[in-house]
Write a protein that binds this ligand. Structure first.
Ligand code: ATP
Ligand code: MG
Ligand code: MG
Ligand code: MG
Length: 485
């Protein structure tokens, strides 16, 4: 029988537990020890200080299933969502970590054993990558030979450069080459390169033909100062990350993460509400709703609330995108909380914070949708009029002032306006909008933002009275988006 995603998650953690790893709980999506990082975007985030040696733990091997969000900040996959079969705003990253304990040879052996033996993935469909030596850093011959020793044929060990196969914590600190495991999904999958008359770039291509499932980082160097030469670390470390949704798609024989059990139940809830079946073709809006409902559920459960700045604004952008897609699907009544409720039902066994926060979570979703619904149609009407006018006049770019008006008067986040215009073949002057936003902030007259934040604060207080203090009180938003690892 085919493994469910929950079974894969458990199998992974158990595999590494049996090999001496401490099973550590996922940390919050709001990084506790890194104010510059918008959201936790990888399994290693909660171990940063352990890797640098600033913090000691009573174990030297750990394994986690880490909640991650990649929306906003350095890793921003938001625009891919719904359009690639493999990118989500929220996803679970399975990982094993060695803090100066085992290194490359065990990490490679474990990875290969788990994928090919435990999960039974067909070796003929796998390829791996190693660092090619770009930028004067030695190429990773050691990893190449270790993969070959596992039985990977030499023509399936590919050499890639700094962008894909070298990792660094920042300008300074630990860094090192990495190896990725890729799965061949099929050459009949559309590829933008091929459509443009070029060759598919295989494992290095942006298309879905080769799917990156697991990244193994070999932290073996350290950079003391920016651009300084690399110094070998006396005790190298291991940091790996494998996307559960992607592993599930491989194990369950699906070409899209959305066809796995992690998404089927959410999509069927969306399709039930819409009254139409979900299909791969033409299903982008349903996929966006499904993806964003997970992100919203987990972010709110970790204490983020929709607002007009920092983390809260990223959440608001995610929720309003979803609500707008719901509206495109013909959903005129409040629907988002219903989809989020399905996420809670589906994921609470693995992440009990969803169940614990259910009432609050659903209220926040309802409130956000109510407030956006009040202006959504009028904002869309304004965009329609502007598009018609631009068609007449031959303009291509919506002015920053209009983007600002859509934000302030109609609650349209700038990136939502930008996407809607893009869909119609137009652009939006985002720098112009940013300039206005800055000017207004200096004058202190961002009324739209302030009044909405007040509304949220009120709702929060009302809920507090009703539900009592919760874990959600601890969070205070950061003022700006930071750059992550
Ligand atoms: P890609 O090249 O496909 O964007 P990545 O190289 O950015 O992935 P890593 O930073 O290496 O990803 O993260 C480790 C693993 O996490 C990846 O191998 C993949 O399985 C998974 N992953 C990364 N980004 C996402 C995402 N947006 N949604 C789902 N899974 C992801
Ligand atoms: Mg990426
Ligand atoms: Mg990659
Ligand atoms: Mg990678």
């Amino acid at each position: 029988s085919v493994l469910s995603a929950s079974q894969i998650r458990e199998a992974f953690l158990k595999f590494f537990e049996e090999r001496g790893h401490r099973r550590v709980a996922s940390s919050s999506l709001v990084p506790q020890n890194d104010p510059t990082l918008l959201f936790t975007n990888a399994g290693m985030v909660q171990f940063k200080d352990v890797f640098t040696g600033r913090e000691k733990r009573e174990y030297t091997r750990a394994t986690t299933s880490q909640k991650c969000v990649r929306a906003g900040g350095k890793h921003n996959d938001l625009d891919n969502v719904g359009y690639t079969a493999r990118h989500h705003t929220f996803f679970e990253m399975l990982g094993n970590f060695s803090f100066g304990d085992y290194f490359k040879s065990d990490a490679i052996a474990y990875g290969w054993e788990f994928v090919t033996k435990t999960l039974g993935v067909d070796k003929a469909r796998l390829a791996v990558t190693v660092f090619n030596g770009e930028g004067g850093i030695p190429w990773d011959e050691e990893a190449f030979e270790l993969w070959a020793k596992q039985g990977v044929s030499r023509d399936r060990i590919l050499k890639l450069g700094l962008k894909d196969n070298f990792w660094a914590m920042g300008d300074t600190g630990p860094c090192g080459p990495c190896s990725e495991i890729h799965y061949h999904q099929g050459d009949d999958i559309p590829c933008a390169e091929v459509s443009a008359g070029r060759q598919c770039k295989g494992v290095a291509c942006d298309c879905d033909r080769w799917l990156e499932i697991w990244n193994l980082v070999f932290m073996q160097f350290e950079r003391k100062e920016k651009d300084a030469p690399l110094i070998p670390l006396p005790k190298p470390s291991i940091d790996t990350g494998a996307g559960l949704e992607r592993i599930a798609s491989v194990v369950q024989g699906k070409r899209s993460n959305y066809d796995t059990d992690l998404f089927q139940s959410i999509l069927s809830r969306v399709s039930e509400l819409v009254g139409k079946p979900y299909t791969q073709e033409g299903g982008a809006s349903m996929r966006v709703v499904a993806d964003h409902s997970r992100a919203a559920a987990f972010l709110i459960a970790d204490g983020v609330q929709p607002s007009n700045e920092g983390r809260g604004y990223v959440l608001r952008r995610i929720m309003r995108r979803a609500i707008r897609h719901g509206s495109l699907l013909g959903l005129d009544e409040l629907f988002f909380f219903k989809v989020v409720d399905r996420v809670i039902e589906l994921m609470s066994d693995a992440y009990p914070e969803l169940r614990d926060g259910r009432t609050f979570l659903l209220e926040v979703c309802k409130h956000e949708e109510e407030s956006f619904r009040r202006t959504l149609n009028r904002g869309m009407k304004l965009i329609d009029e502007e598009v018609a006018r631009m068609k007449q006049s031959g303009e291509k770019v919506l002015s920053g002032a209009k983007v600002w008006e859509l934000h302030g008067t109609y609650g349209f986040p700038w990136d939502l306006t930008e996407i809607i215009l893009k869909e119609r073949g137009f652009e939006a002057d985002i720098p112009g909008y940013e300039k206005l936003k800055k000017e207004e902030a200096e004058k202190g007259t961002d009324e739209g933002g302030i009044s909405k934040d007040k509304a949220i604060a009120t709702v929060h207080l009302q809920l507090l009275e009703r539900l009592g203090p919760t874990q959600f009180l601890g969070y205070e938003g950061v003022g700006h988006e930071g750059e992550g690892s």
